[in-house]
Design a protein around this ligand. Structure first.
Ligand code: PMP
Ligand code: GLN
Length: 378
């Protein structure tokens, strides 16, 4: 059959989770929690169904949920998004990203993708008819703005920002956002800002959202996901916030892509978000996991790279192996019994490094078992 993605294989997340299951490995590859969500939130879905919220909601999403999202964005980032015109509930961050690219990218338009980059950006840009232009980060996973600037051409239409950053665990600084704002204004670029880990930043750091910078908010599709924030990755509910003209373009496509998203879940999330700051405590919760995991790995030859946010810890294994990242991740899964994600899959042209990513959104006993197995590395 004709394909928009003739070279695409299976995503690394399916590949590594399947391999982990086959070999009884502790799955620290694909990013998802192995613990449950707040029972209050789960109960709210049942209650929403029992209350009869089982038919189509309005196309952009349940009004109370859009209002709750707008209130949060105003409280945290100081930007007023109108829930009627500026916020659309999506089938997770993935659909939000894909539809945002469809909305702002035309045939042959170039989109700057800062690499390593989450694996759905490149294919989603291609499916929109665009050309992803990979721009590697610096060696310590900071955004290389000189390289970004050098990659901008008259065909550049948009740039993808991801902060907190998957897979490096870095967070963008206020200076990064100001630089991006100046570049985007100067070159008249759209920004697709993937902030699905917005509530997971460590050591007292601040998440800098495009919403907090008026010049960026005016040209950005802000994408987030409740799956990350409330430990329910399988719910696939997220949102896109963007000014009216961008949201109108987004909704024109959204209505014929999914039309709308699972109704009872939206009601449950709206009720849950009515509690005072239900995301509060999430950073501390994951920081404790990060610290426990890092402490457990300190005795191994794996070198821990900085982790400022997300629930991913990236390590350098060059002290023990010269294998390419994909091969090392495979051996780690099949022979050591711990699945990881090779960073090479997040590049158009992989870097010559020995880095893999572990997910620490796991129960203490899961992390302890993984650390026990990794301690055998020498
Ligand atoms: N962006 C990033 C950076 C992610 O890590 C993920 C997946 N966890 C997504 C987007 C997709 O989010 P969702 O599962 O809500 O589609
Ligand atoms: N975002 C998750 C990760 O980076 C996985 C999402 C998926 O399985 N597609 O691991």
């Amino acid at each position: 059959l004709p394909s928009k993605l003739p070279n695409a294989g299976n995503t690394i997340f399916s590949v590594m989770s399947t391999l982990a299951a086959q070999h009884g490995a502790v799955n620290l590859g694909q990013g998802f929690p192995d613990f449950g969500a707040d029972p209050v939130l789960l109960q709210a879905v049942t209650e929403a169904m029992a209350a009869g919220h089982n038919q189509y909601p309005p196309m952009p999403g349940v009004p109370a949920l859009r209002q709750a999202i707008a209130s949060k964005l105003l409280a945290l980032y100081g930007q007023a998004y109108d829930p009627d015109t500026d916020i659309t509930v999506t089938a997770g961050g993935t659909q939000g990203l894909a539809t945002a690219f469809q909305a702002c990218v035309g045939a042959g338009d170039e989109v700057i993708v800062i690499e390593p980059a989450y694996d759905s950006y490149d294919p989603a840009i291609r499916m929109a008819g665009g050309v992803p232009v990979g721009v590697p980060m610096t060696g310590d996973y900071r955004i290389d703005w000189d390289a970004v600037q050098a990659a901008i051409t008259p065909r550049t239409r948009a740039l993808v920002l991801n902060t907190p950053h998957n897979p490096s665990g870095r967070i963008a600084t206020r200076e990064d956002l100001l630089t991006l704002q100046a570049l985007a204004e100067h070159h008249d670029l759209f920004v697709v800002s993937d902030e699905v880990y917005e509530h997971m930043v460590f050591d007292g750091a601040t998440h800098h959202s495009v919403a907090a910078f008026p010049g960026l908010a005016a040209r950005s599709f802000l994408v987030s996901s409740f799956g990350k924030t409330f430990h329910v990755t399988g719910w696939k509910v997220g949102f896109v916030a963007a000014p009216p003209a961008l949201s109108a373009a987004f909704r024109r496509l959204h209505q014929y892509t999914v039309f709308t998203v699972h109704t009872p879940t939206q009601h449950a999330l709206a009720a849950y978000l009515a509690n005072p700051s239900p995301w509060q405590g999430l950073s501390a919760f994951y920081q404790a996991k990060r610290d426990a995991f890092r402490a457990a790995l300190a005795a191994t030859p794996l070198q821990l790279l900085p982790c400022e946010g997300t629930y991913f810890q990236t390590v350098d294994y060059s002290a023990i192996s010269a294998l390419p990242e994909a091969e090392f991740a495979r051996v780690l899964t099949t022979e050591v019994g711990v699945a990881a994600i090779p960073l090479s899959v997040f590049y158009q042209r992989p870097q010559e490094r020995q880095h893999v990513r572990f997910c620490f959104a796991k129960k203490p006993e899961t992390l302890a078992l993984a650390a026990e197995r990794l301690a055998k590395l020498a």
